[in-house]
Each structure stands twice: as structure tokens, then as C-alpha cells.
Write a protein that binds this ligand. Structure first.
Ligand SMILES: Nc1ncnc2c1ncn2[C@@H]1O[C@H](COP(=O)(O)OP(=O)(O)OP(=O)(O)O)[C@@H](O)[C@H]1O
Length: 492
């Protein structure tokens, strides 16, 4: 697939250029922001400065950073360049319990079209991932089987359903045969990129994006076999504008169901699209989590599904030593931090704050002390955040100060210390145990030993710490940061 259809654009602020070569899809969305993103990669101190400037404005923009699932998912994709290490076992629930459970250990066994096998190997995939081993045979089976697949972020779900779509289309038929719905514009583009790359040697198959800004002429009929887009535009293209004949769709993919559900209105639109599709259309639903809301949504969309879940790995904090430090103010917390830095060698540390304001202040103080500091918070563009994380991962900065935007999914192997400058609480002020686990899980990865230090500055935060201890049934020891010998000992 070495070309994309050129699509007429409207005059909105956004301009999209589709350039002939694969991988050179360029998006221009507010040029001044591109400039800011470039600056962010230049130096982290630029980010620190802007944060301090925000603080001076004295407004109440210092909210706790919201857990934006779509942004987090996009961030994960932007910073990840290989498969997430996964040791979990797969659990399969089949629609027809008599059919043999079929699983493949190689891509050859799937008897893919040579062009697609070339695409797979071209991407550097040597063998299927855990979820792909089981999902691919089901998705490629005849007659088509419906599937709900859950597996954590970065385990190869996108690659799996992209391969299924590319395998199912008939390139000789010039109309849409596969629809793939993603929760946001940016996530749709990311998935589109995987389709382009995987279909690189299959130029007869074409792809079009049903996303905002891509205005087609009324009355036109799409000739591309695969349509990827967001639910609203996809619904319009199927219903209102009739660019797509939904009755001819053979495969319907709902990507990132958990993110989709978190986005208002998307459930409804997806269900409305699904209702237009023929009964025998294959439904594929993918999600990184499998909470009740996702499950309810899945049941409304996917009739008689096969289900693949990853069995949950035991969450363990055994390799992480946890301490708390008693302080009276944020200045004392900062002093305690300096003492820790003075006593032990820290390869890389992540420091979590409750608000953007504190994070900005702390980053400024630390850089004044001579530390190489990176700052990450929710008001930054996702691309800026990815650039900051990349620099941190490359060791260009040794300390990353952040709010909750960085709690999940980011693997930086050299992080040996995590500091909760503020303990994680939910919006009602109760301990946020899940976030605590995610935060301190940034250290001690892959069985390495890690250190987590919690700053306690009030009765209330002591109470929160106690409740966290109770929740995990794990003692958190007190650390006296005025005693350098004691600090040295914990690093041993
Ligand atoms: N079989 C494979 N072998 C090696 N790398 C793979 C394989 N399958 C996928 N990858 C790579 O692993 C990374 C994650 O894959 P993918 O995006 O498909 O995961 P995902 O589960 O869809 O993640 P998310 O939940 O974030 O959408 C990508 O960089 C992809 O190119």
C-alpha cells in the first residue's frame, strides 16, 4: 500500500497532507504548537520556565492533572517502540466449546498472503505475541468469528487486527469492506500508520481516514477497502452522507474500547454504526482493560463472541523498598529530598506531585540546585510529553518531576528511586491505591530492586499513608533524612 487517496480539505485551521510515501503522513495542526513541541525537545529547562511562568499568573489552573485515557494511550504509542514484555497466560472462552483451540507459534502457520508476510517481517516481527498467537487464528478462521480481546497496552493487539483486516479484504472490489473505529483523531492516525506499514507490499489495498477535517464531496462513493476513523465521522459517512455502504462491510473493528467508553458519546455512535452492518459482519473488539463498563459495552456490540483475556499477573511490590519521611512544609520536603540526593547515588528518579503548581515549583528548585530536571504535566501536548520522556529515557535528564500524567505505562529501566512528594489521593481526598501502585511500579521493574520514598507533611497525609500500608498489607518504614548514615543504609 504505497499510496493514500488525496482527500479534499476544508478551510479549517487544520490541514492534512498525505504524501505518497509510507510513513510520511504529516499533520499540521496549529503550526505554533509544532514550534512549541520542537522547543520542548531542545531543553527541559524550557518546560521548567514555562511552568514557573504559569505559577506567576496566580490563577486556579493548578488542577490535579486529569486521567485522560486517550492521551495516555497515545503517549504510550508514541514512546513505545517494541512489544511490552508479557509473561501472563492467555485465558480463552470460546463460543463453540467443541471447536479445537487453535494457536500458532509462527506467522507462516497462518498462511498469510505473501505480501502481508513480507509486511510483518518488514516490521521486524519474528513471531506472534501472546495475544496474537490465539487471536489471529480466530480472526482469520472461516466462517469469520467474532472476538473480544483484552490484553494490556503494547502487547500487539493493533498489529493483530490490522493483519486480520488486510487478510480479509478483496483488493479487486473497489468499495469499503473493513471499518475500524478509534476513540480519537490521533489514535485513528496511529492505527492508520500501522495499516500503511503492514500493507506496504500490498498496494492494491487502499485506506481512507474518516476523521474531522476530511470533507468529501456529497454523493461520492468511497473506493478504498479499509476505512479508519472516529465514531462521529464514521457514522456520518455510513448514514447521513452514504459514502460507505454499510451492508457491504465484512469486518468491523472497535479499537481501544476502554478509551472509547471514557469518551462521551462514542458508545452510542459505535452502536448506531454497528446496527447498520450485516448480520454476518465480523465484529472485533479490543481493549486494554476489562472492567464492567467495557464488558457491558462489548456485549451490546459483539454477538456471540469468543473471548481472549490475559490472566492477571500478581501485582507485587516485593522488590521495592518503601519508606516515608516526616516533614512540616513543602520547603522541608524539598530539604529532605536534597539530603537524600546528598547521601546516595541515584541513577534516575521520578518525583510525583499532586498539582502542576507544585511540580513546576519543585522542578525550578531542583534545577537551581544543579540537577538536570525534566518536567512533565498535563497541559503539555502529547508529543511534547513523549519528547520529554524520550530524553529522560536516554538519560539526558536524571530527575523527572511529574503529576499523575506519568503514573502509568511508562518504562524507564534506570529509574531506581520514586518519590511521592505528595501522596496520591482521589478527588474526595481518599488514598488512591491504584495510582500509588502504578507510581512506585515505575521502579523495581523486571525484578530489579527499587526504592520508593513517601513525603508526609500533615496528619492527613500520615493517615493516607497508613491506609495505603493497610491496603497493600506492607509496612512502610520511617526514614530520618537528617541522618545521612541511615539514608546510606537504605540504598544498600
Ligand atoms: N509479533 C510482534 N513482534 C514484535 N513486535 C511486535 C509484534 N506485534 C506488535 N509489535 C510491536 O509492539 C508494539 C506494540 O504493539 P501494538 O501497538 O500492536 O500493541 P497494542 O496492544 O495494540 O497497544 P495499545 O493497547 O497501546 O494499542 C508496536 O511497536 C508493534 O510494532
Amino acid at each position: 500500500m504505497d499510496r493514500l487517496q488525496w482527500m479534499p480539505m476544508d478551510n479549517s485551521a487544520m490541514t492534512i497532507y498525505f504524501i505518497k510515501q509510507i510513513g510520511s503522513l504529516q499533520i499540521k495542526d496549529k503550526p505554533e504548537e509544532n514550534g512549541t513541541a520542537a522547543n520542548a525537545t531542545d531543553s527541559s529547562s524550557a518546560a521548567v520556565k514555562s511552568e514557573v511562568a504559569v505559577e506567576e499568573k496566580g490563577t486556579d489552573e493548578y488542577d490535579n492533572d486529569k486521567d485522560d485515557k486517550a492521551a495516555q494511550s497515545l503517549l504510550n504509542k508514541l514512546i513505545r517502540n517494541n512489544l511490552v514484555n508479557n509473561t501472563n497466560q492467555v485465558e480463552v472462552l470460546q463460543r463453540d466449546p467443541n471447536s479445537p483451540l487453535y494457536s500458532v507459534k509462527s506467522f507462516e502457520e497462518l498462511r498469510l498472503k505473501p505480501q502481508l508476510l513480507q509486511g510483518v517481517y518488514g516490521l521486524g516481527f519474528n513471531r506472534p505475541s501472546k495475544i496474537q498467537e490465539t487471536a489471529l487464528p480466530m480472526m482469520l478462521a472461516e466462517p469469520p468469528q467474532n472476538l473480544i480481546a483484552q490484553s494490556q497496552s503494547g502487547t500487539g493487539k493493533t498489529a493483530a487486527f490490522v493483519l486480520a483486516m488486510l487478510s480479509h479484504v478483496d483488493p479487486n472490489k473497489r468499495y469499503p469492506q473493513c471499518l475500524c473505529v478509534s476513540p480519537t483523531y490521533e489514535l485513528a492516525l496511529q492505527t492508520g500508520k500501522v495499516i500503511e506499514l503492514m500493507g506496504k507490499h500490498y498496494p492494491e489495498v487502499r485506506l481512507v481516514y474518516a476523521i474531522r477535517g476530511n470533507k468529501l464531496q456529497r454523493g461520492m462513493k468511497l473506493e478504498e477497502q479499509i476505512v479508519i476513523g472516529t465514531p462521529g465521522t464514521m457514522l456520518d459517512w455510513c448514514g447521513k452522507f452514504k459514502f460507505i455502504d454499510p451492508k457491504k462491510i465484512m469486518v468491523f473493528v472497535l479499537d481501544e474500547a476502554d478509551v472509547m467508553i471514557a469518551t462521551q458519546g462514542h458508545q452510542d455512535q459505535s452502536i448506531r454504526i454497528q446496527r447498520m452492518l450485516p448480520k454476518n459482519c465480523q465484529m472485533l473488539l479490543f481493549s486494554a482493560t476489562f472492567e464492567e463498563t467495557v464488558w457491558n459495552f462489548a456485549q451490546r456490540i459483539v454477538p456471540e463472541p469468543n473471548i481472549i483475556k490475559l490472566k492477571r499477573e500478581e501485582e507485587t511490590l516485593d522488590t521495592i523498598k518503601q519508606y516515608y519521611v516526616l516533614c512540616n512544609s513543602r520547603e522541608e520536603k524539598f530539604q529532605a529530598l536534597c539530603n537524600i540526593y546528598g547521601a546516595i547515588t541515584i541513577a534516575q528518579a521520578m518525583i510525583f506531585c499532586h498539582t502542576r503548581k507544585t511540580a513546576g515549583w519543585l522542578a525550578g528548585e531542583l534545577s537551581r540546585e544543579g540537577h538536570q530536571v525534566a518536567l512533565l504535566s498535563g497541559e503539555m501536548q502529547v508529543e511534547q510529553r513523549a519528547a520529554v520522556i524520550d530524553r529522560f529515557r536516554d538519560g539526558k535528564e536524571k530527575v523527572l518531576v511529574t503529576t499523575n500524567v506519568c503514573a502509568r505505562g511508562i518504562d524507564v529501566e534506570q529509574v531506581s528511586v520514586v518519590i511521592n512528594f505528595d501522596l496520591p489521593v482521589d478527588k474526595d481526598g481518599n488514598p488512591d491505591n491504584e495510582t500509588y501502585l502504578h507510581r512506585i511500579g515505575r521502579t523495581g521493574r523486571f525484578g530489579k530492586r527499587g526504592l520508593a520514598i513517601n513525603m508526609v507533611d500533615s496528619k492527613m497525609s500520615m493517615n493516607i499513608l497508613n491506609r495505603i500500608q493497610e491496603h497493600f498489607s506492607k509496612k512502610i518504614e520511617r526514614l530520618d533524612t537528617d541522618d545521612l548514615d541511615e539514608i546510606e543504609k537504605i540504598a544498600g
